[in-house]
Design a protein around this ligand. Structure first.
Ligand SMILES: [Mg+2]
Length: 392
């Protein structure tokens, strides 16, 4: 079997352009789907996949590890910058999809699964509507509580919020109290049986992240995400050691050695690797083995498109340490028109039963994709009160 072409299809989905990767083979009707969505870098990723394709066309698509090594190492520059790691991931997902289809089994079976009967999922407040998740003001505790109740009414047993406002490297008590009030309102609204997560989006400095972590500790968060920059390994480790709340990170970490450093330092109790940014399922499986050795939970970052979700779920059915999968369902109203999925989501509890179709189990409707051509992503920016640039 030989790869004959590597194509990309861009689908504008409001906040993001989904980048679908289609790897074609010389076997009639056999091709694989991957995804390489990277907000604000759509054109770069599409071009990076074009650069990689010269290494792939004519090769056997079932030699996945060999092709991964080829993509990662062959062009001298190792493929762990965010653009290359995402491009490699897009191709890698499609190769696993091809192998599953060629053998007639879901991808999780290729990795010894399924290891569980269902995968638990969680939503963003607002279900992926960007205004609800990113623009609810931290002084509007009531709105946080309303959105939390809405998530539970939709069947979710866990949800994530951005209840921590942007802060300069050092600020006083006001933002801490605001975050406290929002999380208190959500806990009051949904009770103790629902799991609440707070994403700091790596906005705080280690000093501010520690203050937020301490203030939110009494509310029993399921996890506190990115309380400082992921490249500040010592800062994360300091916060993780200081509170009982599990600290989560990993969505911007793109390769095995960087995860090794985080885990060795005790910087997190939850690994949020992103299968579409960390080099794909091939590298994700190595990272998962590292997590297993450290008894760190896996909870993949997955706010992108439908191929990312299918891959994150197949991964979940094969990994013992996997606890929950991030999902969005309200990002665009036509999400389900673009994809046919092999897995089944049960509304009560929002758990997912295994896909029984070969590969990743998905079909992308290319005619529907063409209705949503590339548009420049809307800029999301944080500017501090003094006019200086902050982290979004
Ligand atoms: Mg995050």
């Amino acid at each position: 079997m030989k790869i004959t072409a590597v194509e990309t299809l861009v689908c504008h989905a409001r906040m993001r352009n989904w980048v679908f990767v289609k790897v074609l083979t010389d076997q009639p009707g056999l091709f694989g789907w991957g995804e390489a969505t990277l907000e604000w870098h759509t054109r770069s990723v599409v071009a990076a996949i074009e650069d990689l394709s010269s290494l792939l066309v004519g090769q056997d698509p079932t030699r996945i590890e060999h092709l991964w090594q080829t993509m990662y190492r062959r062009h001298f520059w190792h493929g762990h910058g965010i653009v290359r790691a995402t491009a490699i991931a897009g191709v890698d997902l499609a190769l696993w999809d091809i192998l599953g289809k060629a053998l007639g089994v879901p991808c999780s079976k290729l990795w010894g699964g399924p290891v569980r009967d269902h995968v638990r999922t969680y939503c963003h407040l607002g279900g992926g509507r960007m205004e609800d998740f990113y623009e609810t003001a931290a002084d509007d505790a009531r709105r946080f509580a309303d959105l939390a109740q809405q998530a539970v009414a939709e069947g979710f047993t866990a949800f994530k919020s951005m209840a921590v406002p942007p802060t300069m490297p050092l600020e006083g008590l006001k933002p801490i109290r605001a975050a406290e009030r929002c999380v208190a309102a959500m806990r009051e609204a949904v009770g103790d049986a629902v799991d609440i997560m707070v994403d700091c989006h790596a906005r705080p400095s280690p000093a501010m992240g520690l203050q937020f972590a301490k203030a939110l500790e009494p509310f029993g968060l399921y996890f506190l995400e990115e309380p400082c920059w992921p490249e500040n390994v010592a800062g994360l480790a300091r916060i993780n050691a200081a509170v009982t709340t599990p600290i989560a990170t990993g969505e911007r970490v793109t390769h095995l050695a960087a995860f090794r450093d985080l885990l060795a330092a005790g910087a997190c109790d939850v690994c949020q690797l992103d299968i579409t940014h960390c080099g794909g399922l091939s590298e994700a499986r190595r990272i998962a083995a590292l997590c297993e050795a450290h008894r760190v939970a896996l909870a993949p970052h997955n706010p992108q498109g439908p191929v990312s979700t299918a891959a994150s779920l197949e991964f979940g059915f094969s990994q013992p340490s996997y606890v929950i999968c991030e999902t969005v369902h309200n990002d665009v109203p036509w999400r389900q028109d673009v994809v046919e999925e092999g897995f089944v989501v049960e509304r009560a509890g929002r758990i997912v039963r295994p896909n029984e179709r070969p590969g990743l189990g998905i079909t992308i409707n290319e005619a529907e994709v063409k209705k949503h051509p590339f548009e420049q992503e809307i800029l999301q920016a944080v500017t501090y009160a003094d006019g200086s640039v902050g982290d979004w």
